[in-house]
Design a binder for this molecule. Structure first.
Ligand SMILES: Cc1ncc(COP(=O)(O)O)c(C=O)c1O
Length: 381
């Protein structure tokens, strides 16, 4: 009998927690009215639920200076932040200014910035060091007089490295540059201080934190102005028209509450399993190299390149036993642009594994995975 594969791909998505599913139940067919229909009592009730969710999120994330905008996920949030801010900047200044980002950002940042390049803006993609991290010196050297926007992710979705965002934020603040950060992989995985001071605009996704798919957040400083991308009924402060998915928003709010409440305990669990996995793989196999800094890294992420092996055969052999990835969930099977930016060849990038631990991962999963990966490497060498 075939056993079910071990899931080590929790950075691509997570299952909804039972409490999250329960929290959504009344909002599918009991309290289902449109929160924008304020002319009737049912709509007013739905709107009250929406606003309570918004207030809870402000409370859980210690937000005092930020507007909470609901979106369909991190991709939309990144698009709204980058296209919306840059286009508004042009409208106000009639200048196509300069934008800075990293070569290793998610495509949901790089693609909207490519679009802005086509519209006339100048975009610099900084190449991080071999450890995946950007230095303050390198960042400062890329700033120009007309730099008005920076987008640097807090933590990388493939190699898990955590950028020095506090320092970057201070540099941006001192020069009047707006900072956006893709925080999609971070909530519940990094010790949380108030998100108010992390960046001027922050992207968060629900399905990365055991919430439902199809909902996300863009948090922006209250004085930031954006050009909306979706026009219509003027929901979400006129920034994102469309009827809001109340069940998803309620579930997402619950997922945030649980993630924040349990983060200390969860981080310890992730670190325990991740370090055991790493130790086992390095101990059993030669020619396995770690990608990205281990010091500044998300607790549930591991990214390894197996040298002298055929990457596609490797992934094919693992497929029925372990669910993992060779790059981002959204890379359509292409070898990772992140690993190649760090200096890996196309072939090395193909022969790489992103392994991500989740809340449901057990010690047995970790031990079995070490054995499976080790046996697979041996059989292919
Ligand atoms: C860093 C990062 N940004 C953006 C996204 C896209 O998120 P969503 O699926 O919520 O649109 C992902 C998902 O893989 C991600 O990891």
């Amino acid at each position: 009998m075939l056993s079910t594969p071990i899931l080590l791909d929790y950075q691509s998505s997570t299952p909804c927690l039972e409490d999250v599913v329960d929290s959504m139940k009344p909002f599918w067919s009991e309290i289902f009215s449109n929160p924008s229909s304020k002319s009737n009592l049912a709509g007013i009730n739905a709107s009250a639920v929406l606003e309570v969710s918004r207030e809870k999120i402000q409370e859980y994330l210690f937000l005092q200076k930020k507007k909470v905008i609901f979106t369909s996920g991190a991709t939309e949030s990144n698009n709204l932040a980058l296209l919306g801010f840059a286009r508004n900047y042009y409208k106000e200044t009639e200048n196509y200014g300069h934008i800075i980002t990293l070569k290793t950002e998610h495509k949901a940042v790089l693609e909207p910035l490519d679009q802005l390049r086509k519209e006339g803006f100048n975009v610099t993609e900084i190449l991080p060091g071999k450890d995946g991290l950007i230095s303050e010196e390198k960042f400062i050297s890329c700033i120009r007089d007309d730099t008005f926007l920076v987008s640097i992710m807090m933590a990388n979705n493939e190699i898990g490295v955590i950028q020095p965002l506090k320092e970057i934020s201070a540099i941006c603040r001192s020069r009047g540059i707006i900072l956006h950060s893709d925080y999609a992989q971070c909530l519940g995985f990094l010790k949380l201080d108030s998100l108010d001071s992390v960046a001027n605009m922050l992207t968060i996704s629900s399905h990365k934190i055991y919430g439902p798919k199809g909902v996300g957040l863009l948090l922006i400083d209250k004085d930031i102005e954006l050009q909306p991308l979706i026009l219509g009924g003027g929901q979400e402060f006129g920034l994102r028209s469309g009827t809001l998915p109340l069940p998803l928003i309620v579930g997402f709010t619950k997922a945030i509450e649980i993630a924040i409440f349990n983060q200390k305990k969860n981080i310890e669990k992730f670190l325990f399993h991740r370090d055991k996995l790493l130790k086992g793989l390095l101990f059993n196999n030669s020619g396995v190299e770690i990608n990205g800094s281990m010091k500044k890294r998300l607790p549930h992420n591991l990214n390894l390149t197996v040298l002298d092996i055929n990457g596609s055969k490797f992934h094919k052999s693992l497929k029925s036993k372990i669910i993992c990835s060779s790059g981002s969930a959204c890379s359509n099977g292409q070898p990772s642009h992140v690993l190649q930016a760090l200096g890996r060849t196309y072939k090395e990038a193909e022969a790489s594994l992103r392994l991500s631990i989740g809340l449901m991962t057990t010690t047995e999963d970790v031990e079995k995975s070490i054995q499976i990966i080790t046996d697979t490497i041996k059989s292919l060498r």
